[in-house]
Design a protein around this ligand. Structure first.
Ligand SMILES: C[S@@+](CC[C@H](N)C(=O)[O-])C[C@H]1O[C@@H](n2cnc3c(N)ncnc32)[C@H](O)[C@@H]1O
Length: 257
């Protein structure tokens, strides 16, 4: 019997409230593989974040805003929701003395209880893949104002090597999460027009070699740089996207029919 969404939510809550994941191994690889793509990601996000200024902004699965926002990011009001008190509290601690209002609300992103047309922007990092995409996207569409903006940074699960790695390392993930596959993009496309930046394919292979050579240090090296350069080049070739590890999705709500 497949788990119900209520059961999945309980498991998610437990994992995040009790900090149950062990990501020691993947974090070492990421420090190499993502060393240059984190810089690229930051640049891309800085451009997209300009659209958040003076807007009513909602983050699903908060608290990525603290890493994303720079000193020029000043939404009119930021609303942060999470299903885990622990995660929400971490965000609260980081939100003191910010020059904008932040509301922290314990809420299930699959069942947003905000009124229709409430927000100008909805965003999140590594969150959609913890949710029922169809349910959440319907809610995101509903709570966004006409032409409202979405920005999501998510892991992908189309590369067979990543699938195998994930199967072999269940301690790094909550039991029901599912990094995005093609069918999830189809769901998004029903209600949003969007574009993407694909991140990290060669950088993972080269990052792995770099980690083996240097250990958990010297991330800023030619091996990682070369992997990153190849990624920037190959991410522009349409069919190659299935090999990449992460995606930034940015776009707008389609107009009412
Ligand atoms: C991979 S973490 C990402 C956290 C944060 N966005 C970041 O990038 O550091 C996934 C987050 O989703 C939250 N989450 C899981 N299920 C949720 C749900 N149904 N509604 C709201 N938040 C949820 C978890 O508590 C956790 O904070």
């Amino acid at each position: 019997m497949p788990k119900t969404r209520a059961e999945i939510n309980e498991t998610e809550k437990e994992y995040w409230n009790e900090d149950k994941l062990d990501r020691t191994k993947i974090k070492q690889l990421r420090r190499h593989a993502f060393h240059f793509s984190y810089k690229r990601e930051k640049k891309i996000l800085q451009k997209l974040l300009k659209e958040f200024n003076n807007k009513k902004v909602l983050e699903l699965g908060s608290y990525s805003w603290a890493a994303w926002f720079n000193e020029d990011t000043k939404p009119k009001e930021l609303t942060c929701i999470n299903i885990s008190e622990n995660e929400l509290n971490k965000g609260k601690a980081l939100g003191k003395d910010r020059p904008f209002t932040i509301n922290h609300i314990l809420m299930d992103a699959n069942e947003l209880s905000f009124a229709d047309d409430t927000f100008d922007v909805v965003f999140g990092a590594a969150i959609l893949h913890h949710l029922d995409i169809q349910k959440t996207i319907n809610h995101v569409y509903r709570v966004l104002k006409p032409n409202g903006i979405i920005v999501f940074l998510e892991p992908l699960n189309m590369n067979p090597a990543y699938r195998i790695y994930r199967k072999l390392n269940p301690q790094e993930r909550t039991p029901d999460e599912h990094a995005l596959v093609q069918s999830d993009f189809k769901i998004l496309r029903q209600k949003f027009s969007f574009d993407h930046y694909f991140l990290d394919f060669f950088s993972v292979i080269f990052g792995f070699i770099s980690l083996k050579i240097y250990g958990d240090k010297n991330y800023d090296n030619l091996i990682n740089k070369f992997g990153h350069k190849l990624d920037v080049l190959f991410s522009k070739i349409p069919f190659m996207y299935v090999f990449f590890a992460r995606v930034i999705i940015y776009g707008n709500k389609k107009s009412y029919k």
